[in-house]
Write a protein that binds this ligand. Structure first.
Ligand SMILES: [Zn+2]
Length: 116
């Protein structure tokens, strides 16, 4: 069995609490495509690998649908250069600009290159 440190346990607890509050506060639909009839997942706007400190910030978490068969889900799209095709792209960018300006420039530059 893998040992989880107390620090990690505390972090996981905070994330679970954030997920629970989101479930009560928000509509259950994908903010990337607006669909509610697809399996949803919690998606981090700024990845946990980049900003562990924002992993339980509710504003950093949204519902994105999962990939199913041929259909690419918004969760996967958000992690790719096609992210600017999602409905919540500009809303998410505002959050990123406010919280992590360096990351904002990284992803806007990536997307500019992808569409050039
Ligand atoms: Zn979606």
């Amino acid at each position: 069995m893998r040992k989880v440190s107390d620090k990690q346990k505390e972090k996981n607890k905070k994330i679970r609490r954030a997920y629970k509050e989101i479930a009560m506060e928000r509509g259950h639909y994908c903010t990337g495509c607006g669909r509610a009839d697809v399996p949803l997942s919690h998606s981090h706007i700024i990845p946990r690998s980049r900003r562990a400190d924002l992993s339980h910030d509710k504003a950093n978490i949204t519902y994105h649908c999962l990939s199913m068969g041929e259909r690419k889900g918004c969760h996967e799209i958000w992690e790719s250069r096609d992210r600017d095709k999602l409905l919540d792209y500009y809303k998410n960018l505002e959050y990123i600009l406010e919280l992590d300006t360096e990351y904002y420039f990284i992803i806007t530059e990536l997307n500019a290159k992808a569409t050039r």
